[in-house]
Design a protein around this ligand. Structure first.
Ligand SMILES: Nc1nc2c(ncn2[C@@H]2O[C@H](COP(=O)(O)OP(=O)(O)OP(=O)(O)O)[C@@H](O)[C@H]2O)c(=O)[nH]1
Ligand SMILES: [Mg+2]
Length: 366
């Protein structure tokens, strides 16, 4: 059962630790990492069956994007949610005040952004401590993660580690790998970059470990063995994230400066959720990190609206229609566009046309 799986994972992890990494062991280690990933997938599938539908953890996504506030207990997540949104999440000076997911909505620059206040994450969450697994499942499905610490507990690497263990990759581009399965001829690997950290033999072995026999593989990024394993275990998600350090009202300027220097490379924001210091910067940063685009609607026979419509990057004409009314998709004939993605002004396009910042769109219904 799952104890067995844990045991197996542990044994393999131990083997990896004890094997010196060099050219002759690289392939073996790659295979072991693939084995671990597969065992973890198996384990998660089993657990999912057990823990699905935990009350308070089935969150309906609303608005243009969803953001999770993640951090240790009592760092001030609920206080911050209440400052940023219309929500009233309970605040108290003891741990685990918040036991469910509390949503709130923040309006900014024309975007409606859903923020989720989550119960504090503890070490061992990925293994199920403190309803950790349910919380992590919610986190997997958001668009942005805010890591919150406070001036006493600013080491957010522990939380990052829990997220990693659960298959969440932060601020990392997914590797560019295409695999096309074939009927015969074995595995063929083509690369467009020089692979410095992994040999083709290891790539081959890891692919076989994941069950590929005949396939054309094109690798366009300089991956290592873990990157390849990540790509092949489909339970990985890649999300943007930034840190916030709260309760700066409790320290002197000197100490604040020292902390800032420590967290410089992570571009952390320093705030006081209680007295409101830095709240505007938080709003702006959330908006910027979400990579929204703004487009303008231009109804027939009229000028373009002044108020932009906010959409996620990569949105299409279809997404515009969806936001307007279901009627616009059902009776859609075509759209006309002006601006950056138009080959010429008033170009006629279909539902699949991808839009960009500053486009103007007119929808023609039948
Ligand atoms: N001095 C100071 N206290 C704060 C600040 N933000 C929150 N607090 C206090 O810290 C305590 C915990 O705040 P919460 O907002 O409940 O923290 P939480 O992270 O939601 O806690 P859990 O739900 O238990 O995980 C409360 O007593 C708050 O009043 C701040 O900026 N400055
Ligand atoms: Mg709370």
């Amino acid at each position: 059962m799952s104890e067995d799986i844990d045991e197996q994972i542990k044994n393999i992890e131990e083997e990896i630790r004890e094997t010196p990494y060099n050219k002759s062991t690289e392939q073996h280690i790659g295979r072991l990492k693939a084995k671990i990933a597969k065992l973890k997938e198996k384990k998660q599938k089993r657990e999912k069956g057990r823990s699905e539908g935990g009350g308070g953890y089935d969150i309906r996504k609303e608005g243009d994007a969803t953001v999770a506030l993640v951090g240790l207990p009592s760092v001030g997540k609920s206080t911050l949610l209440n400052k940023l949104t219309n929500a009233e999440s309970e605040v108290a000076n003891y741990h685990f005040t918040t036991l469910e997911v509390i949503p709130g909505v923040m309006h900014y620059n024309g975007a409606e952004i859903q923020l989720l206040d989550l119960p504090g994450l503890v070490e061992g969450a990925a293994k199920g401590k403190g309803r950790g697994r349910e919380i992590l499942s919610v986190i997997r499905n958001v668009d942005l993660i805010i890591m919150i610490g406070d001036i006493y507990r600013h080491d957010i690497s522990k939380i990052e580690e829990e997220l990693r263990t659960h298959g969440i990759r932060l601020n990392q581009e997914p590797p560019d790998i295409k695999i096309e399965e074939k009927d015969r001829d074995g595995i063929r690997i083509n690369t467009t970059v020089e692979l410095e950290d992994i040999s083709k033999d290891t790539v081959m072995d890891i692919l076989r470990e994941f069950g590929y026999v005949n396939a054309n593989v094109v690798i366009r990024s300089d991956i290592d063995d873990q990157g390849l394993v990540d790509h092949l275990s489909r339970n990985r998600v890649y999300l943007p994230s930034f840190p916030i350090i709260n309760k700066t009202d409790l320290v002197e300027e000197e100490e604040r400066k020292r902390l800032k220097k420590n967290l410089e490379d992570r571009e952390a924001l320093f705030i006081s959720a209680e007295n409101g210091n830095g709240i505007e910067e938080v709003k702006r940063r959330i908006f910027d990190e979400l990579d929204f685009i703004r487009i303008f609607l231009r109804p027939q026979g009229e000028k373009a609206d002044d108020e932009p419509m906010v959409l996620k990057k990569g949105s299409t004409v279809k997404d515009v229609c969806k936001k307007l009314h279901s009627d616009f998709i059902e009776n859609f004939r075509y759209a006309r566009i002006w601006g950056p993605t138009a080959k010429f002004p008033k170009q006629k396009v279909g539902l699949d046309h991808e839009l960009a910042e500053g486009d103007t769109v007119r929808i023609i219904k039948g």
